[in-house]
Design a binder for this molecule. Sequence first.
Ligand SMILES: NC(=O)C1=CN([C@@H]2O[C@H](COP(=O)(O)OP(=O)(O)OC[C@H]3O[C@@H](n4cnc5c(N)ncnc54)[C@H](O)[C@@H]3O)[C@@H](O)[C@H]2O)C=CC1
Ligand SMILES: NCC(=O)COP(=O)(O)O
Length: 333
Amino acid sequence: MTAGPAPLALSMGEPAGVGPEIIARAWTALRAEGPVFAVIGDAALMRAQGQPVESILSAADAPAVFGRAIPVLDTPLPAPVTPGRPEAANAGAVADWIEQAVNLALSGEASGVVTAPIAKAPLYAAGFRFPGHTEFIAELTADTPFIGTRGPVMMLTARDLRACLVTIHAPLAEVPELVTAERVCRTARVVHEAMKRDFGIAAPRLALAALNPHAGEGGSIGLEEIAVLIPAAAALRAEGIAITDPRPADTLFHDEARATYDAVLCLYHDQALIPVKTLDFWGGVNTTLGLPVIRTSPDHGTGFDIAGKGVARADSLIAAVQLAGEMAAARAK
Ligand SMILES: NC(=O)C1=CN([C@@H]2O[C@H](COP(=O)(O)OP(=O)(O)OC[C@H]3O[C@@H](n4cnc5c(N)ncnc54)[C@H](O)[C@@H]3O)[C@@H](O)[C@H]2O)C=CC1
Ligand SMILES: NCC(=O)COP(=O)(O)O
């Protein structure tokens, strides 16, 4: 079993979503080979998924349990769970599970964090002030020293595509203003360093997506390429980061194009997530780069329409656990 230096901490996510059932399926798929994970969540809800569950007192107990049962660090929910119907009273526990998982990674008791999906709206209603896990985990780890350029940068992977976001959950109308040279350069530095440190790529090749059709067509279809993106790419190359000038996004994601880079910087959410989910809707992974802790997640959400029906696929969560295990091994070298 590839246990890695320590088990992964897997936060259970929104209890009324597909999280609990895909965790049970992921455990069934991984129990023989690992990577080993400890679930941070409600043990009774986990048990209701039909697989053996054992409550553990410490993440260090997970490897011994993992082959026979799902190890759970139990923090019971305050309110009952109905699949498909998030309960506001449980929102605090959902955030608390993420925080516990991050603390385990910060203390070294876990080798990384994997997060099952959360529903953003019930958390916001309960006072959660972060757009998502990415920003929350960045805040939780802000005081921990980190060698390198600090993120967070959201990266989505599918097959051979690594798509990294310069802006994340920004309204489309605000994107041109948010795509500054400073933001592009910081994102590129985080990605460049992560490719080397976490993915073992000695000389990363980065591509930069353009904002406008035809990369602005020399300024006749938008000026952001000339004003911001081309100068940013030149400055990055002067630092020794191999990055292209902005490339038209419509020809950046097909098979041959993907072979020309190790990671691509995308300027807004859907520019990255549409190709990722089209290439591999079931197996895509969301990774947070540039933080003191490793964090991965499935690329899908809570699937309220199918929660509890037994049809949710665990492929993306399995890929997220496997990728976190690989990254932990790379960081441990
Ligand atoms: N990392 C995270 O915590 C993420 C959370 N979300 C949150 O999830 C909630 C729902 O978002 P939606 O846009 O509806 O996306 P969604 O991914 O939950 O659902 C989109 C479609 O994919 C299907 N689907 C999702 N997961 C599946 C699985 N494991 N197996 C089979 N089919 C699956 C759903 O049934 C639905 O038809 C929102 O609150 C959103 O903020 C969304 C993306 C990531
Ligand atoms: N669309 C991706 C997404 O919403 C994931 O956000 P996060 O919770 O990983 O920050």
